[in-house]
Design a protein around this ligand. Structure first.
Ligand SMILES: Cc1cc2nc3c(=O)[nH]c(=O)nc-3n(C[C@H](O)[C@H](O)[C@H](O)COP(=O)(O)O)c2cc1C
Length: 179
C-alpha cells in the first residue's frame, strides 16, 4: 500500500470483530516498525507492554479503562500499553534537561514511535485505537511498570467491524503561518 493510501486508511476504530486474534509475528512486525522511528539522540526510550492472553486483556480493560473506552475496545484481542523511560530523551548525560521541554521530548519520541506502529498495523490489515484516558497507576501495578517509566497511551489492536468516517481535519490555513 502506498503511503498516501495508508495514512488515509488508518482510522480510530471503536467497534471490533468478535473472536479474532493477532499473531505474534504481526505484533513483532508492528513493534519493529515503531523502532524505526526517529528519537532524541537515538535514545529509543519507548517501552511496550503487550497484553494478549484473553484473561489478562479482559482484566486490563475492566480495571484500567473508563466504561466508554471499554466499550470502544470490546473484542480487540490485543492491548499494547505504551510507556517511556523518563529523564533520558531531552536530557544531558548529567541528568539536566537540555531545554524547557524536559520529559515532553520522551512523550514526543513515543508519539512518533506509536504513529509508525499504527501505520504498520494498518498495512497488515490491523486496526487500532489510541486511548489516553486510562488509569496509569492501575496499569503500573498490574503490569509491573517501574517508576522510572512514564505510562502513556493504551493502544487496542483488532479487526474493524465498522467503517468509521474520517473526522474533519482543519484547513491548512488554520494550522500554518508562512513567512
Ligand atoms: C493522544 C491521544 C489520545 C486519545 N485518547 C482517546 C481515548 O481515550 N478514547 C478514544 O475513543 N479515542 C482517543 N483518541 C483517538 C482520537 O479521538 C482520534 O485520533 C481523533 O478523533 C481523530 O480520528 P482518527 O484517529 O480516526 O483520525 C486519542 C488519540 C490520541 C492521539
Amino acid at each position: 500500500m502506498d503511503y498516501s493510501t495508508l495514512i488515509k486508511a488508518r482510522r480510530s476504530v471503536r467497534k471490533y470483530q468478535e473472536g479474532t486474534s493477532i499473531s505474534d509475528a504481526a505484533i513483532n512486525e508492528i513493534l519493529l516498525a515503531a523502532q524505526m522511528a526517529p528519537s532524541w539522540k537515538n535514545t529509543q526510550t519507548g517501552r511496550y507492554y503487550i497484553v494478549k492472553s484473553p484473561d489478562m486483556v479482559a482484566k486490563i480493560k475492566a480495571e484500567t479503562l473508563p466504561d466508554f473506552n471499554q466499550r470502544s475496545s470490546k473484542n480487540a484481542p490485543v492491548i499494547i500499553v505504551t510507556a517511556f523511560e523518563k529523564n533520558i530523551s531531552g536530557f544531558e548525560k548529567d541528568g539536566t534537561p537540555t531545554n524547557e521541554l524536559g520529559n515532553e521530548w520522551g512523550a514526543y519520541d513515543l508519539g512518533l514511535q506509536n504513529a509508525y506502529m499504527l501505520l504498520k498495523a494498518r498495512e497488515l490489515g490491523i486496526d487500532s485505537l489510541i486511548m489516553g484516558i486510562r488509569d496509569s497507576e492501575k496499569l503500573r501495578k498490574e503490569l509491573g511498570i517501574p517508576a522510572s517509566q512514564q505510562v502513556a497511551a493504551v493502544i487496542a489492536l483488532g479487526y474493524s467491524a465498522a467503517e468509521p468516517m474520517c473526522p474533519k481535519r482543519k484547513d491548512l490555513d488554520e494550522i500554518r503561518k508562512v513567512f
